[in-house]
Design a binder for this molecule. Structure first.
Ligand SMILES: Cc1cc2nc3c(=O)[nH]c(=O)nc-3n(C[C@H](O)[C@H](O)[C@H](O)COP(=O)(O)O)c2cc1C
Length: 325
């Protein structure tokens, strides 16, 4: 039998992995990422599933899907099952894998970050992994500020997005989430979710983590995943996400004023919101894209700076890719 070769580590390491997934896709992605570290004799990986006391449904009904909108956007945390960390739990690295809900971290992740258990992040280097349709910029900005307020250091961010062009995922992702059907159809729509190739490719991040784990203590805050194409910011989403998030915040406040989950006035408002959403998607979003395309040549420097900032800390360059694939 072939003996497994392991990178030497000067000291045993402990890694905490925090994740929440409904379909299991994100769990597969984070498992793929950590596969190169899994059987290492000197690495202990502590897997913690973030679970709200009242589970969210999957597949979703349209009403339930819309109903979590205001709490997601305003980051009003659900009650979570406690994780009961030891008060002085030591971890060399934390991986926080999350999905995006309405341009914000999903509610179970917000629930964890706003719970007492989140104290475990204090002083720890954190790598975020996002697995979502394609709009994650605002969610990660919110994540950055939460991690900052918890005293954690974000050292990397890796993002996997759904396969296919945005017009296709606009149909395939909600269809999957509301029916459970993942396969492609009509020969123009690809299967929903992230491609198997991208999920398997996440193992390159684990290899780079393994190679650099020993340096973490000496170089706190230094990214481990640079040069591996960990993120790619789509310029044209920056403006849409900002405008969308502003409108989402306003609507969320209105919906909260209309009452709690399940109350009639809130259902009525949700219906009005749905009409607004469809109207916006069919009118303002394409108009906004055309306007931004016209203005693009005059905003190149500004946009470039914004892209650079949003791609931090890992960046989108790919010069180390060959070494790790
Ligand atoms: C309520 C809800 C809202 C979502 N909003 C967004 C979003 O704003 N941006 C995005 O890229 N994906 C969005 N998604 C897709 C998720 O990020 C994720 O890809 C999907 O839920 C599958 O996750 P899972 O396989 O880990 O369960 C949303 C999903 C849900 C359930």
């Amino acid at each position: 039998m072939k003996e497994e070769k392991h990178n030497e580590l000067t000291k045993p390491k402990r890694i905490l992995v925090l994740y929440y997934s409904q379909t299991g896709q994100l769990t597969n992605a984070v498992r793929s990422m950590l596969s190169p570290l899994r059987n290492h004799p000197n690495i202990q990986i502590d897997w913690r599933d973030l679970q709200p006391i009242k589970p969210y449904p999957y597949p979703w009904s349209l009403l339930k899907f819309l109903n979590v909108f205001p709490e997601s956007v305003l980051m009003i945390p659900p009650e979570m099952k406690p994780l009961n960390f030891e008060p002085d739990s030591h971890y060399d690295l934390v991986i926080l894998a999350y999905q995006v809900w309405f341009l914000s971290p999903s509610l179970p992740v917000t629930g964890f970050l706003k719970s007492l258990d989140a104290k475990v992040l204090k002083g720890k280097p954190v790598i975020t992994m996002i697995v979502c349709r394609n709009m994650w910029l605002c969610a990660q900005e919110k994540m950055k500020s939460l991690l900052n307020s918890l005293g954690a250091t974000l050292i990397d961010n890796a993002v996997l997005i759904d396969q296919g062009p945005p017009w296709a995922t606009f149909i395939t992702t909600p269809r999957w989430l509301m029916t459970g059907k993942k396969e492609g159809f009509w020969s123009i729509f690809p299967p929903a979710g992230v491609s198997q190739r991208d999920i398997s490719g996440a193992a390159r991040f684990g290899k780079a983590i393994l190679d650099n784990l020993d340096d973490l203590e000496a170089n706190p805050g230094k990214p481990l995943l640079s040069g591996l194409g960990a993120v790619k910011v789509n310029q044209s989403y920056i403006g849409s996400e900002k405008a969308g998030h502003r409108a989402f915040t306003l609507w969320s406040r209105l919906l909260r004023m209309a009452g709690k989950l399940g109350e009639l006035p809130r259902r009525v408002m949700l219906f009005v919101f749905l009409i607004y959403l469809v109207f916006m998607i069919l009118t303002f979003v394409p108009v906004g894209m055309v306007v931004r395309a016209i203005l693009k040549p005059f905003m190149t420097t500004r946009l470039k700076k914004q892209v650079e900032r949003l791609e931090k800390p890992s960046g989108s360059s790919i010069e180390r890719m060959e070494q790790y694939i």
